[in-house]
Design a protein around this ligand. Structure first.
Ligand SMILES: NC(=O)C1=CN([C@@H]2O[C@H](COP(=O)(O)OP(=O)(O)OC[C@H]3O[C@@H](n4cnc5c(N)ncnc54)[C@H](O)[C@@H]3O)[C@@H](O)[C@H]2O)C=CC1
Ligand SMILES: CC(=O)C(=O)O
Ligand SMILES: [Mg+2]
Length: 486
């Protein structure tokens, strides 16, 4: 497994005195300290000196620090500067806005701007629905966070949340051609968040809520869903649940177990953990135990977090109590949506045969896959640098593509289940194995299949306000594709 992939990398700009140091010596120092040289660029050369940019990747930040320190000590080497490639990619932000057509003369100006734009405004004023045809609304989603549960980093605030929201916007565009705006709100007050989102909704065809901590995220989403006529989708809840269920459909096939016979432990009963539990209960799981910091949630206890009281009523049928280490005994499936490093190899050893271990906390999973590779039936993480990436990025671009295309009023349970089945179907029976239960983010079939299945589900459940042409005509290829996925 290449743990350096997608990991840390730096560019070292070095001036080398070629009579004092050979390039081979440098490479040896880098590899001895755990680095891989992945690119070399010559910047300048003289008769007995050269300036080079050396791109070095490593699995740990400490290795890169050791390599940098060694460069400073070597005879004949001057370290000019070190750049972190990830930070370079973020300079000035990751996205920009571009006009669809240039404004080259006064005639263009008067049409895109005043006076002619006024006629377009009035057409929308007369019939509000025209906003879908005459503005960016029909293809635009707002990605909105208050910065309270950013990845696994916690409440880091709206400024620090922006890089994640920009990243989500990039993915919306690249994977599904949806235009997305990253918006981070400088308030953590539920009423203010609801009011702000309602007020900015007119320009958007959908709202993707992101990284808002539980339990506030539930109220915010519920209220917005009631009050807005566009889809409101809390990605950390529903996107994660959709992809988790897709992965589980296939993982169960790999280990030969049935969903109604497995014991499941979900750790981290926050936004993602509750939504994932809900989809599993709906899919037929009978024994599901939720665990948070204080241990297993059990209905005989009273929690100050009222969401947990309601959760405990629906789960843990045998009233198991104790820590994660107690209740994991005999479990077939562990789902981690909590914090890095909290699951131990000894815990996995106490699970049932061929345990399914989905350690989805970001950026650090509950246990490093390398520690349990030999004892787990199937392992998945939320990250790009291990096989089986269970991450909501597999869902949100496709599900919003579908919702926008059929102008869905909401994204309902049937549409989510259709998305899970579509994602799972991308991995064929022949391809399916413990290292490949879920398709890659870059597999173009993912968005295509989600779109087809989700639009179909929206039409069947009466929430589509527009029927795309291929569905109107009972298009043969869309029908064939649906049958293939069934
Ligand atoms: N792979 C994926 O697609 C996704 C992964 N995540 C990850 O899941 C984690 C949780 O995200 P959210 O549900 O949005 O956050 P959240 O803040 O709503 O919930 C986190 C829950 O985990 C609990 N927790 C924290 N440390 C714990 C520990 N040591 N033991 C037991 N429980 C613990 C917290 O008390 C809280 O209830 C984060 O690491 C996030 O990055 C979230 C969404 C999608
Ligand atoms: C993937 C994601 O949305 C998260 O970790 O919060
Ligand atoms: Mg998130």
């Amino acid at each position: 497994m290449n743990t350096k992939m997608g990991g840390k990398s730096i560019i070292l700009r070095l001036e080398l005195q070629t009579e004092q140091i050979h390039f081979g010596q440098l490479i040896t120092v880098i590899t001895e300290n755990g680095g891989d040289v992945i690119a070399i660029d010559v910047i300048q050369t003289g008769s007995n000196w050269t300036v080079r940019d050396i791109t070095v990747a490593a699995s740990e930040q400490s290795q890169l620090e050791a390599i940098t320190a060694r460069m400073k000590e070597l005879e004949g080497v001057r370290l000019i500067h070190v750049s972190d490639r990830t930070f370079l990619l973020h300079l000035g932000g990751k996205i920009e806005m571009k006009p669809k057509s240039p404004i080259q003369n006064r005639d263009d100006l008067s049409r895109v701007y005043t006076p002619d734009v006024a006629r377009v405004c009035l057409a929308i004023h007369e019939k509000q629905e025209n906003a879908y045809n005459l503005t960016i609304k029909r293809n635009t989603v707002a990605v909105i966070s208050d910065g309270t549960a950013v990845l696994g980093l916690g409440n880091i605030g709206p400024y620090a949340a922006m890089p994640v929201m920009e990243g989500k916007a990039m993915l919306f565009k690249q994977l599904a051609d949806v235009d997305a705006f990253p918006i981070c709100l400088n308030t953590q007050d539920t009423d203010e968040i609801v009011a702000t989102i309602k007020n900015l909704a007119p320009g958007f065809g959908g709202i993707n809520l992101e990284d808002i901590a539980a339990p506030r995220c539930f109220e915010i989403e519920d209220r917005l869903r009631k009050e807005l006529d566009i889809p409101v989708f809390h990605d950390d809840q529903h996107g994660t649940a959709v992809v988790l269920y897709a992965g589980l459909i296939n993982a169960l096939k790999v280990v030969g177990k049935r969903i109604d016979e497995v014991k499941v432990v979900v750790c981290g009963i926050g936004a993602a953990g509750i939504a994932c539990s809900n989809i599993l209960l709906a899919a037929g799981v009978k024994e599901l135990i939720g665990v948070d910091r204080s241990g297993a949630l059990v209905r005989t206890e009273e929690y100050s977090n009222t969401t947990w009281n309601e959760y405990a009523q629906r789960t843990n049928p045998h009233l198991r109590s104790g820590s994660l280490h107690d209740v994991i005994e005999g479990a077939d499936i562990f789902i981690g949506l909590s914090a890095g490093g909290i699951l131990k190899r000894a815990d996995v050893q106490r699970m049932a045969a061929d345990p399914i271990v989905f350690v989805m906390a970001n950026p650090t999973p509950e246990i490093q896959p390398d520690e349990i590779e030999d004892i787990a039936g199937v392992i998945a993480t939320g990250r790009s640098d291990f096989p089986n990436q269970i991450n909501n990025v597999l869902c949100f671009p496709g599900i919003f593509r579908a919702a926008l295309d059929c102008r869905a009023a909401t994204i309902n349970e049937e549409m989510k289940l259709a998305a899970s089945a579509a994602i799972a179907s991308v991995v064929s029976q022949q391809e399916l194995n413990k290292l490949y239960i879920i398709p890659s983010v870059f597999n173009q079939e993912v968005v295509r299949r989600i779109r087809t299945s989700v639009i179909q589900a929206a039409i069947q459940t009466g929430v589509a306000r527009r029927t795309p042409r291929e569905f109107l005509q009972g298009d043969a290829s869309a029908q064939a594709e649906l049958q293939e996925q069934a």
